[in-house]
Design a protein. Structure first.
Ligand SMILES: [Zn+2]
Length: 366
């Protein structure tokens, strides 16, 4: 059975924010969740998942926080996001609704039935953006907004304008969230048979069969024939809508599944377009005095490879993935480099790896 259903939506701004919505937004507050769901980091180089809620009264805010924490855990438990969880931090923005559930006066204008699809859940994008912008402690940098609705109906929406919606109390809500984030972060398309055909601008959909894909070197041609974590082999499987997908099944086809290899690569590349594999380098690359201790902290799974005048040397591993190298004893003019690179086999586009997943830091001993 085709469990996936939500096509990539084209949200429409519903126009000006109503006066009632603005009044409700005045109560916006920022909650920094404590404990393991927090993931709060100081400084930049992180992607923020911002949770907002619609239809939650003041008394229901604890419910909203629990649901947001559950979605956060679900998103960061599916690969490849689990491997890259260090890239993310969480923010929760409280929006107090005058009544429980969606309906007239819901501050974020969330509603079902967008674009004529009953299960498509959309929000008033302008109201959502305003709520996020007005929250104290807002952090700069890349972010995805996840708008939770206080509802038990089934639904959600991903992709498009950086806002993912989810009916937080609905059936399979956590699996829906994993599917929708595939749209929002990876720019992925729906792989199920009843998805609209014709549109193949997604990295996991193609008009070409395997032979023509390989010949043209497009889409997931590098993965053709690979053993896939969804269980089969990467190929070009024809859906009933006429488009080809990479694997027999995946989370973009069935809820509760996992991302296939082409989708993992698309997601990882999207992440590296927004953050650097180098989280911290000290001192800053450049000229350093003899005897300086060089220190590099990669972000996530990237490794640090040191070289002195081009010859590889071993660094010293420190807590938190930091690697250090001392310049003691090195002659003036010696060049030390640290190459920070993510060698994950989930990326086969080596041009992308060199450009976005690799950084070379260089110090010269004075
Ligand atoms: Zn979908």
């Amino acid at each position: 059975m085709d469990a996936g259903w939500i096509r990539r939506g084209f949200r429409r701004a519903l126009g000006a924010v109503t006066a009632a919505a603005v009044a409700a937004l005045a109560t916006v507050a920022l909650v920094l969740p404590a404990g393991p769901v927090g993931g709060v980091e100081r400084g930049g180089n992180r992607i923020t998942l911002v949770f907002v809620g619609d239809g939650y009264t003041a008394a229901q805010l604890p419910l909203f926080h629990r649901q947001a924490a559950a979605v956060w855990r679900a998103l960061l438990s599916i690969q490849p996001l689990a491997r890259y969880r260090a890239f993310f931090r969480m923010r929760v923005v409280d929006v107090v609704s005058p009544h429980p559930g969606l309906g007239p006066g819901s501050p974020l204008g969330m509603r079902f039935g967008c674009d004529g699809l009953g299960r498509l859940l959309c929000a008033d994008d302008a109201a959502v953006r305003q709520a996020v912008a007005r929250a104290p402690g807002a952090v700069p940098g890349p972010r995805y907004v996840i708008a939770l609705a206080d509802s038990r109906r089934y639904g959600g929406e991903g992709g498009g304008a950086g806002i993912t919606t989810l009916s937080a109390g609905g059936p399979d809500a956590l699996q829906v969230a994993q599917h929708e984030i595939g749209h929002s972060i990876g720019g992925l398309g729906d792989e199920y048979d009843t998805a609209p055909g014709g549109d193949d601008h997604y990295p996991d959909l193609s008009r070409l069969d395997a032979r023509r894909m390989r010949a043209a070197r497009v889409k997931w041609w590098r993965w053709l024939g690979a053993a896939d974590p969804t269980g089969g082999t990467v190929g070009a499987y024809r859906s009933a809508n006429g488009l080809y997908r990479p694997t027999r099944d995946s989370v973009m086809r069935s809820l509760g599944g996992t991302f296939n290899l082409p989708s993992r690569e698309a997601i990882i590349e999207a992440l590296y377009r927004q953050v650097s594999p180098v989280d911290r380098a000290a001192p800053a690359p450049g000229t350093v005095p003899a005897g300086a201790a060089l220190s590099v902290r990669p972000l996530g799974p990237a490794g640090v490879h040191w070289a002195v005048d081009g010859r590889p040397v071993a660094g010293r591993a420190r807590r938190g993935g930091t690697s250090t190298l001392s310049t003691r004893g090195l002659a003036p003019g010696t060049v030390v480099t640290a190459t920070v690179r993510d060698d994950t086999p989930w990326v086969r586009d080596e041009t992308f790896r060199r450009a976005e997943m690799t950084r070379v830091l260089r110090w010269t001993v004075a």
